[in-house]
Design a protein around this ligand. Structure first.
Ligand SMILES: N[C@@H](CCC(=O)N[C@@H](CS)C(=O)NCC(=O)O)C(=O)O
Length: 192
């Protein structure tokens, strides 16, 4: 199994966390922005984005698709992506929210503050603050975003929250989010 990615990327961090949680050994290849425009990489990812996973001759791109692939292939008991439709839908709702709103807000702030990408910082911060409120509220009475054990929902959201420490925004005024971050970093499946 091989993961093509970039260490700074939140989308790639999700996959590293899930691979570790599933105890899967992976070869890793760092892909530069320049590599992403090369023909060999576009053959793997027609959208020229990381992450890309190669497994048993299958090429999967997009972090959401990779997480779903890995869960279906290797999470046989459904610990990370529940099998029961009602529980599964709760995790899927978070994955949808992370791919849209959390990426716009939290990842947007990270891109502006850390990489100096010229995005609308004020809009990204407004969206980020609403996501932080929702996360704080969702963690009010439980340790994980869905149910009483960690799931893909936590793995997908974590990288963007953690990366706020490299920005002018922070989550440290949110006690439940802070505890959740500490809980994830203390887990035996946690990887940078
Ligand atoms: N929807 C995709 C988004 C992937 C994405 O935006 N990847 C970024 C890095 S985090 C990328 O490769 N951007 C193109 C570039 O940097 O040139 C996913 O979830 O994997």
């Amino acid at each position: 199994m091989k993961l093509y990615g970039r260490s700074f990327s939140g989308n790639c961090h999700k996959i590293r966390l899930l691979l570790s949680a599933l105890h899967l050994d992976t070869q890793r290849q760092e892909v530069s922005k320049q590599d992403q425009q090369e023909a060999w990489f576009k053959e793997l990812s027609p959208v020229a984005q990381v992450p890309v996973l190669e497994d048993q001759g299958n090429i999967v791109y997009d972090s959401l698709a990779i997480m779903e692939y890995l869960a279906n292939q290797y999470d046989l008991e459904g610990q990370w992506l529940p099998k029961a439709p009602a529980d599964r839908s709760k995790v899927m709702s978070w994955l949808g929210y992370v791919s849209s709103t959390v990426q716009t807000g939290l990842a947007g702030v990270y891109l502006v503050d850390f990489f100096k990408v010229p995005l609308d910082r004020a809009y990204a911060e407004k969206v980020a603050l609403s996501s932080l409120s929702l996360l704080e509220q969702s963690l009010q009475n439980r340790p994980w975003l869905v149910g009483d054990q960690p799931s893909l929902a936590d793995i997908a959201a974590y990288p963007y929250v953690e990366r706020l420490q490299k920005t002018k925004l922070d989550y440290l005024d949110k006690p439940k989010i802070t505890q959740w971050v500490n809980r994830i970093q203390a887990a035996d499946w946690y990887v940078e």
